[in-house]
Design a protein around this ligand. Structure first.
Ligand SMILES: Nc1nc2c(ncn2[C@@H]2O[C@H](COP(=O)(O)OP(=O)(O)OP(=O)(O)O)[C@@H](O)[C@H]2O)c(=O)[nH]1
Ligand SMILES: [Mg+2]
Ligand SMILES: [Zn+2]
Length: 296
C-alpha cells in the first residue's frame, strides 16, 4: 500500500518516515535502485513509501525545493542564524557570509542574538544599533538583551508552524541552548560536550527533525568558518535584499554596484540607507569569489 510521508531522521541506512495520515513513525529503507541511480534520501524529503511488512520501503522521493549539504537536509524553509555578541565575538563579516549562503539556497534567514549579557551596556547598545540595519534590510532580528526571555522565545517559536527550520551559526553561539529553552524536554548537549561530539562521526550522521509548534526543527553542528564556493560573482549582489530593493534604479542592468556610473545602491550607501559594513563585506566577498575562480 503506497503512502506519503516525510523523512525526519536518518540512522545508518534506515530512514524514519512520519506518515502524513496516521502521524506514526515508520522505519524504512531506501529501495536498492536508489543507489544505482545515485540518489540518497535526505532528512526533510517528502516520500512515497510502502509499509506492508515490518520494515517499510521508500518508493520515490518527491521533488525537492532545495537541499543543504551541511547539515544534509532537504526542503528547508527558514534558518535561525544564532549569532553571539561575545564568546565568540560578533563578526559582521561572518554573519553576512552565513546570510548569503542561506539566501543562495532560497531559504529565509532570521537573526537571533545571544550572549548579550557578556557585553557592557555601551557595547550592547552599539551592537543593537548595527543589528537595526539588518532589520531595515528586511531581516527579522531577535536582539533582546536577555537572550532567552520567554516573550522573545515565544515570538521565535511562532515562526515554526508548517515549515522546516534549521538552527545554524558558529560553534558555541548557543544554538542548542536556545533550542533547549524552546523545548525543555529536548535536553540537547551544550558547551564543551557538544563541541567534542561534533568532531566525532556520530552527531553528523544523525540529523533529525523535532516536531515543535506545528513545524519541524533541526539543531545542527556549528562551524568555525564557511566559504562562498557555490556563489557566482553575478549572483552575489542579488543575495543582499537591500541591494535588490534599489538595483532596479541603477543606470545599467546587471550593475554590480562597484564602479558603474549611476549606481543607485552606491547612492543609497552615500545616503546611509545601505549599511557601510554590508557594502564593504560585499566588495570583500566579490574579491574572494573572484580569487576562487583564478585558482580553479
Ligand atoms: N553567558 C551566556 N552564555 C551562553 C548563552 N547562550 C549560550 N551560552 C553558553 O555558551 C556555550 C555554548 O552553547 P551551545 O548551546 O552549546 O552552543 P552551540 O551553538 O550549540 O555550539 P555547537 O553545538 O558547538 O555548534 C554553553 O556553555 C552555553 O551555556 C548566553 O546567552 N549567555
Ligand atoms: Mg550545539
Ligand atoms: Zn548599481
Amino acid at each position: 500500500m503506497e503512502k506519503t510521508g516525510r523523512i525526519i531522521k536518518s540512522i545508518s541506512g534506515f530512514y524514519d518516515v512520519l506518515d502524513d495520515e496516521s502521524k506514526e513513525l515508520i522505519r524504512t529503507r531506501a529501495r536498492g535502485n536508489f543507489r544505482k541511480r545515485k540518489i540518497k534520501p535526505l532528512v526533510g524529503d517528502k516520500v512515497t513509501f510502502d509499509a506492508t511488512g515490518d520494515l517499510g520501503y521508500i518508493l520515490e522521493i518527491l521533488p525537492r525545493e532545495n537541499s543543504l549539504v551541511r547539515p544534509p537536509i532537504a526542503n528547508v524553509n527558514q534558518a535561525i542564524v544564532v549569532t553571539s555578541a561575545a564568546e565568540p565575538n560578533f563578526s559582521s563579516n561572518l554573519l553576512d557570509k552565513i546570510l548569503i549562503n542561506i539566501e543562495h539556497n532560497d531559504i529565509e534567514p532570521l537573526i537571533y542574538l545571544t550572549k548579550s549579557d557578556l557585553l557592557s551596556e555601551d557595547k550592547y547598545v552599539e551592537l543593537k544599533q548595527a543589528l537595526s540595519g539588518y532589520h531595515d534590510a528586511g531581516y527579522q532580528v531577535f536582539d533582546d538583551q536577555d537572550s532567552y526571555n520567554d516573550d522573545q522565545v515565544a515570538r521565535l517559536e511562532a515562526t515554526f508552524a508548517d515549515k522546516i527550520t534549521v538552527f545554524t551559526g558558529q560553534s558555541g553561539a548557543g544554538k542548542s541552548t536556545l533550542l533547549n529553552h524552546i523545548d525543555t524536554e529536548l535536553g540537547l548537549a551544550t558547551a564543551a560536550i557538544s563541541q567534542t561530539l561534533n568532531r566525532g562521526k556520530h552527531t553528523t550522521r544523525q540529523v533529525s527533525l523535532f516536531d515543535i509548534s506545528g513545524g519541524l526543527v533541526a539543531d545542527t553542528p556549528g562551524f568555525s568558518s564557511i566559504d562562498l564556493m557555490d556563489v557566482t560573482p553575478e549572483e552575489l549582489p542579488t543575495l543582499f535584499p537591500e541591494f535588490l530593493k534599489y538595483s532596479g534604479e541603477c543606470q545599467f542592468r546587471g550593475c554590480r554596484h562597484v564602479n558603474e556610473p549611476g549606481c543607485e545602491v552606491k547612492q543609497k550607501l552615500a545616503e546611509g540607507k545601505v549599511m557601510k559594513s554590508r557594502y564593504d563585506n560585499y566588495l570583500y566577498f566579490l574579491n574572494e569569489i573572484n580569487s576562487y575562480k583564478k585558482r580553479y
